[in-house]
Design a binder for this molecule. Structure first.
Ligand SMILES: CC(C)(COP(=O)(O)OP(=O)(O)OC[C@H]1O[C@@H](n2cnc3c(N)ncnc32)[C@H](O)[C@@H]1OP(=O)(O)O)[C@@H](O)C(=O)NCCC(=O)NCCS
Length: 158
């Protein structure tokens, strides 16, 4: 369970800047998400799709977010992150649970995502909620340092 101090709710207009700052911080780790620095925080704040985004809030700080990007074809694509200092405390689980509930309420039939093979925490999190591995894209993403990283596709039928 997430710490009692953490609440999950739909994202609101006032969250834009904090969402973009969290995104920039996690991008700078160059490890879990595809985006790497530089991240234009103002631009990301302006364009962030709030519909389908849930946030985890602790003491008025955004400590995690999950966005479901709807497709035209009935499934939604997940992207998510938790602030480094808040990982391993159930925040990611609370976000995924909320996203599954939201997607079902939208009438989606499936959630899907892509994850780096080395991202053991994320893969364990998704498996815990019933996501299964559907395939692997070989050397799919070119990183800023020139490395080519595989991606694992995972999906959950709702
Ligand atoms: C992946 C991420 C979202 C997980 O969030 P989190 O808040 O740490 O997740 P939780 O604390 O809810 O843990 C979920 C499960 O993952 C597993 N887990 C957590 N940390 C782990 C680790 N370091 N290694 C292996 N498994 C781990 C546990 O099984 C846990 O379930 P349990 O506590 O019920 O046993 C977070 O690590 C993160 O934001 N990473 C950077 C960005 C990223 O990788 N995003 C996902 C891109 S696909």
């Amino acid at each position: 369970m997430a710490s009692d101090a953490v609440a999950v709710r739909p994202a609101e207009e006032r969250d834009r800047r904090a969402l973009a700052e969290l995104f920039a911080a996690v991008a700078s780790e160059r490890d879990g998400i595809a985006t790497e620095p530089p991240v234009d925080v103002a631009a990301w704040a302006a364009k962030w799709g709030l519909d389908g985004t849930v946030v985890a809030v602790a003491d008025e700080d955004i400590v995690g977010e999950l966005r479901v990007e709807p497709s035209w074809f009935g499934y939604g694509e997940i992207g998510m992150m938790v602030a480094a200092r808040w990982r391993g405390r159930g925040v990611g689980s609370a976000l995924v649970a909320a996203a599954i509930e939201w997607a079902r309420a939208q009438g989606m039939h499936k959630l899907s995502l892509s994850v780096f093979p080395h991202n053991a925490a994320a893969i364990a999190l998704y498996r815990k909620f019933g996501f299964v591995e559907e395939g692997r894209r070989i050397k799919h993403l070119r990183r800023a340092n020139g490395e080519l990283w595989d991606l694992i596709d995972m999906g959950l039928l709702l």
